[in-house]
Design a protein around this ligand. Structure first.
Ligand code: PEP
Ligand code: CO
Length: 444
């Protein structure tokens, strides 16, 4: 079946905005088609190799970032703190497992959100739902909720600037292993988890001193001072994704150049619909969410459609069942995929199956449920002799109060209102995310 970057337009599609001004939409799409790519196809191929290693148990994946990036909270500090948090978590996991960590941010493009309802109602007023800053505005007014194609241009520029800073941090010295203490975020330093992290940092210092004595320094061994943080987002708004889909001059294959990795959400993975059509044509590593309604035969068909050549590192299945469901629903899927000999990269998203409403009215997630789903995921893989390749998290390097729980610095239902800043779903704060990394390290 032939494919082109716009062949998805012939298929039914869910979760898209209805733009009123079609001429403006066309004009913006044309502009985006001329904008420079944000990544190089070779980088996407490298990531695929790293994901293949993780699928074989030779590396671990930490993928994390905001539920939704926003225009309003765009600044250097939040990007830097997310970067530091990803490095901290990686150090904790790499130190205990002895395996390299593949670092992937939900960042530099994570703007479009699927919603459970097309409308939102407040005090008797009904308006279209907020769909992410790339589509409309979160303010609850008629004008704000009108989809505006120009927002795609803003999202592109913000993604470019974010990507630029991540690349600078990765190569410019902040990622140097001699700087592990500097990654410890100020507000967690004094907490038990921050102190536990300091202990590992001191061990790393000793190892670095030893290497220095042996003649290896970050000046003569760049691996000690550089890292790579890959980018990813849910490719939901296909007008945007199509415009950034380009033919690689080297291989003549098609790549989405807005991000290294893209994934398909649990609500838009219908085999006969537009998102699957779009994704089957791009050569980037891709993800697909696997929620509680997924059936084994459906999953095998999806794998066939998205990775027909059974390529290693190409397809990441992101399981998000919920803590109470994973033990029942996941093993039959895992067995089916294992027995069919399919190469997939299994990770766990312990966030999206564990959403609840607090008694005080906040959308939240409890840390114990998040931990429990991660533990179940690793346990099920162990029992079936398959490989758990990593985690996919909604998290921030900021000191927010959006998820309840954690042993080292608990957040109660009453605390939620104090720093609840998310645009969409509740995120782990840096303390909770680091605590989760320590829990994963204990599994090893
Ligand atoms: C998300 O990852 O932000 C998301 C919406 O997840 P899901 O598609 O699994 O609901
Ligand atoms: Co979310």
């Amino acid at each position: 079946m032939s494919w082109s970057p716009n062949s998805w337009r012939d298929f039914p599609i869910k979760q898209q905005p209805e733009y009123k001004d079609k001429d403006k939409l066309k004009e913006i799409e044309k502009q985006l088609c001329n904008f420079p790519p944000l990544i190089f196809a070779g980088e996407a191929r490298d990531l695929k190799k790293h994901l293949a290693k993780a699928a074989r148990g030779e590396a671990l994946i930490i993928q994390g970032g905001d539920c939704a990036e926003s225009f309003g909270s765009f600044n250097a500090d939040t990007i830097k703190n997310l970067f530091k948090l990803i490095l901290q978590m990686s150090v904790v996991v790499a130190y205990s497992s002895g395996k390299p960590v593949v670092k992937i941010g939900r960042v530099a493009g994570q703007f479009a959100k699927p919603r459970s309802s097309d409308f939102e109602e407040k005090d008797g007023i009904k308006l279209p739902s907020y769909r992410g800053d790339i589509i409309n505005d979160i303010k609850f007014t008629t004008e704000a909720r009108e989809p505006d194609p120009y927002r795609m241009v803003r999202a592109y520029y913000q993604s470019a600037a974010t990507m630029n800073l991540l690349r600078a941090f990765s190569r410019g010295g902040l990622a140097d292993l001699n700087e592990v203490h500097r990654w410890n975020l100020d507000f967690i330093k004094s907490h038990p988890i921050g102190q536990k992290y300091e202990e590992i940092s001191c061990q790393i210092d000793k190892a670095m001193n030893f290497l220095k004595a042996a003649g290896l320094t970050s000046d003569n061994t760049p691996q000690l001072k550089q890292t790579t943080v890959y980018t990813s987002h849910e490719a939901l708004l296909l007008n945007y994704e199509e415009a950034l889909t380009r033919e690689d001059s080297l291989t003549k294959d098609w790549y989405n150049t807005s991000s290294h990795m893209l994934w398909i959400g649990d609500r838009t993975r219908d085999l006969k619909e537009a998102h699957i059509e779009y994704f089957r044509g791009i050569q980037n590593p891709i993800g697909c969410k696997v929620g509680p309604t997924m059936q084994a035969d459906e999953l095998l068909d999806l794998i066939e459609a998205l990775n027909p050549n059974n390529e290693e590192g190409k397809l990441n299945l992101i399981v998000r069942m919920g803590a109470t469901k994973i033990e029942d629903l996941f093993p039959p899927l895992l067995k089916a995929v294992r027995d069919a000999g399919k190469n997939v990269v299994w990770t766990i998203d312990p966030m999206h199956g564990n959403v609840e409403k607090s008694s005080t009215g906040f959308k939240t997630r409890d840390f114990d449920n998040i931990l429990s789903e991660v533990k179940s995921f690793f346990k099920i893989h162990k029992e079936l002799g398959t490989i758990a390749a990593g985690v996919h998290l909604e998290m921030t390097g900021e000191d927010v109060t959006e998820c309840t729980g954690s042993a080292s610095c608990p957040i109660t239902v009453d605390d939620l209102s104090s720093r609840y800043h998310t645009q969409c779903d509740p995120r782990l704060n840096a303390n909770q995310a680091l605590e989760l990394a320590f829990m994963i390290s204990e599994i090893f």
